[in-house]
Design a protein around this ligand. Structure first.
Ligand code: ADP
Ligand code: MG
Length: 670
């Protein structure tokens, strides 16, 4: 077997397979010096001791202590997975985190490690992202089979792999990171791994968390009566944090937060600021406002206020854009002047997923955008909600990692909500039942098995599979791809009117879904013109991504023998697509909008309630194509039910009783 081909060499491996390591690059040494200061690095030996003695291990450590970047490296050196054709996996709830941390770790392992192997031959190994260290997120696989030994991946991807291979044979150790986030995928993985550990004695499992509910995980994973899963606490909060509250909840929390940031910039000692807001638009807007004001202050008072950079952080940024959060603040703008300051304006992704050094001040209005399932609407909505007490403490903890910090938690004093319960799982099963993917006994149906082959939400998989029946699978394939990538519309702040006019030109009045189809088709027709996307205020990056996603989904459809068809009748085509859409999506019950009936992909509640990506449909299509949702016997009473009853009487009056008896399965509960 070959020795390790990478990075540092832990003591227990030294001398065994490697005689001598040749010098590393300067970058490697610089990063290694930083790594050595991380609490996790200091604990390497005690970690390895516990890891070697136990099958299952729970790790708790504060954000920034080095869990995500260091532990998987230690494990890889201990396991030597590549000598057995296996890999170490580390899961992340967020795809950007998986991508950016894989990049960081490949840098940490160094571009140009050189080792002299015990057999005498010298190995010069470039550890590269996508080769020895890789990542796997939905629609993007950056790994090299046979070479990759450390793989960062989303929890969703590992769950998907578990569906195809329930022994997860590729892995020697599986690390579930960010377990405190309690995402549905991580929760299910915990159950699967607990069971798998009893069958695969060679598989090691590590559950990492930033909070102390780790004891709960420890209890859960105590699979043998004679031994508990071992708990490893990484010591190390470095400095205390002062927390300031405002007396009253602030209604205009964005404005209040911006004021607070500027106040800190003007009056407080040097140190970077982390501001938590809820979403892309709010963040970009705040960055712009802060920058304008700060430049103004600096030009009026250059002797006491230094230059400020404002960096946004949210999930649809590319890993390269995201890397900017790690840039140091600028120096003084004049000799002897005050030093610069960095402000990172982030979503809750900065709570634990990505740790940024040098943050001294945290401004936290106490809100985040959360996906909340509303059982009455049977729909998931993006909702700006007050954060939980746990989250607030984690946010406050983001200051003071390297020196004492302050947290301006100005706008709290809410009744805290708890993170959503595992009830989410029940809802998911209910949804699968409605989609006919799962039978009443909880087994996947043939349709459900087909659906599981697509890396998509069940509704969208169902839509793709049903689309040939409506003679529009080519088009539905495009729409599905477009729904799977970030927003394609660009809306620069100083050109909003032009951008809106450009969008108008693509708009299909009765349907946003058809509008997306239109944009994609135009993009394909104009691919030779490199300026086309830009001059139409359309994101070329998002469209290229959509094209790639479309190809991947198309390959899956081919493999599953799902026909790619388009009806020749152009007039019918649009109606067919709109008819196909009610097959998969939830009713937007109770909405008082024009038109009367719509289906929608997103339901957003902020100060107002609105829906996004909407297509007008006819109510009789709902009754015809989505019978299980719109089973009027169990439909909740109300205006919607009365309206549907009228539609049913008008369109299906005679057929009703026949359907009633011929239908094989019925919705339970409701
Ligand atoms: P934890 O998982 O315990 O929160 P991490 O392993 O993510 O900690 O982070 C350890 C350290 O590595 C932190 O100081 C963080 O700022 C730093 N770090 C992580 N990613 C990068 C990066 N891409 N560039 C520079 N520093 C990074
Ligand atoms: Mg981490």
């Amino acid at each position: 077997a070959r020795g390790p081909l990478f990075g540092f060499i832990p003591r227990h491996v030294q001398g065994r397979q490697i005689r001598k390591a040749l010098p590393h690059s300067a970058q490697y040494k610089a990063i290694l010096n930083m790594r050595k200061k991380l609490p996790v690095y200091e604990q390497m030996d005690s970690f390895l001791e516990i890891f070697n003695r136990n099958q299952i291990m729970i790790i708790v450590g504060e954000t920034g202590s080095g869990k995500t970047t260091q532990i998987p490296q230690f494990v890889a050196f201990s396991d030597l997975p590549h000598t057995r054709g296996k890999m170490v996996a580390c899961t992340q709830p967020r795809r950007v985190a998986a991508m950016s941390i894989a990049k960081r770790v490949s840098d940490e392992m160094d571009g140009e490690s050189r080792y002299k192997h015990s057999c005498g031959s010298e190995l010069i190994v470039a550890v590269e992202l996508g080769r020895q260290v890789g990542y796997s997120v939905r629609f993007e696989d950056m790994i090299e089979p046979g070479t990759t030994f450390l793989k960062y991946m989303t929890d969703g991807m590992l769950l998907r792999e578990a569906m195809n291979d329930n022994t997860l044979a590729q892995y020697s150790t599986i690390i579930l990171d960010e377990a405190h986030e309690r995402t549905l995928a991580t929760d299910i993985l915990m159950g699967l791994l607990k069971d798998l550990a009893k069958r695969r004695f060679d598989l090691k499992i590590i559950v990492m968390s930033a909070t102390l509910d780790a004891v709960k995980f420890q209890k859960y994973f105590s699979i043998r009566s004679d031994s508990e899963a071992s708990l490893f606490k990484v010591p190390g909060r470095t400095h205390p944090v002062e927390v300031f509250y405002t007396q009253e909840p602030e209604k205009y929390y964005v404005e209040a937060a911006i004021r607070t940031v500027l106040m800190i910039h003007r009056a407080e000692k040097p140190g970077d600021i982390l501001l938590f807001l809820t979403g892309e638009e709010e963040i970009e807007d705040a960055c712009r406002k802060i920058k304008i004001e700060a430049d103004d202050i600096a030009s009026q008072d250059p002797d006491s206020v230094g230059p400020l950079v404002c960096i946004p952080l949210y999930s649809s940024l590319t890993p390269q854009q995201l890397q900017r959060i790690f840039d140091p603040a600028l120096g003084p703008s004049q000799v002897g002047g005050p030093s610069g300051r960095k402000v990172v304006v982030a979503t809750s992704i900065a709570e634990t997923s990505l740790s940024i050094d040098g943050i001294v001040f945290v401004v936290d209005p106490g809100f985040s955008k959360q996906k909340v399932y509303n059982p009455r609407l049977r729909m998931e909505s993006s909702l700006v909600c007050p954060i939980s007490k746990d989250s607030a403490q984690r946010r406050a903890g983001r200051a003071g990692r390297t020196r004492p910090g302050k947290c301006f938690q100005d706008l709290l004093r809410f009744d805290y909500v708890d993170p959503p319960a595992p009830e989410t799982l029940m809802r998911a099963l209910e949804l699968l039942n409605f989609l006919a993917a799962m039978d009443d006994e909880g087994n996947l149906t043939a349709l459900g098995k087909l659906m599981a082959d697509f890396p998509l939400d069940p509704q969208l998989s169902k839509l793709l599979i049903a689309s040939p029946d409506f003679k529009c699978s080519n088009e539905i394939l495009t729409i599905t791809a477009m729904l799977s990538v970030p927003n394609v519309w660009l809306r620069p702040n100083n050109q909003r009117r032009e951008a809106d006019a450009a969008k108008e030109a693509f708009t299909v009045p009765e349907s946003d879904h058809l509008t997306l189809l239109n944009v994609f088709n135009q993009y394909m027709l104009n691919k030779h013109d490199r300026n086309w996307a830009w001059s139409n205020y359309i994101s070329a990056r998002a469209l290229a991504q959509a094209e790639n996603v479309r190809q991947q989904l198309q390959r899956i459809m081919k493999r599953l023998d799902i026909d790619l068809v388009t009806t020749n009748d152009q007039v019918k085509l649009f109606t067919n697509i709109r008819k196909a859409l009610p097959v998969e999506l939830h009713p937007s019950c109770g909405l008082k909008t024009q038109p009367e009936w719509v289906i929608s992909n997103e339901f957003v509640l902020t100060t107002r309630l609105y829906i996004r990506t909407v297509t007008e449909v006819r109510p009789e299509w709902l009754l015809e194509n989505a019978r299980l949702y719109f089973d009027l016997d169990s439909f909740p009473n109300g205006e919607t039910k009365r309206a549907l009853k009228r539609v049913q009487a008008k369109n299906f009056g005679l057929e009703k009783s026949r359907n009633e008896t011929s239908r094989g399965r019925s919705r339970k509960g409701g």
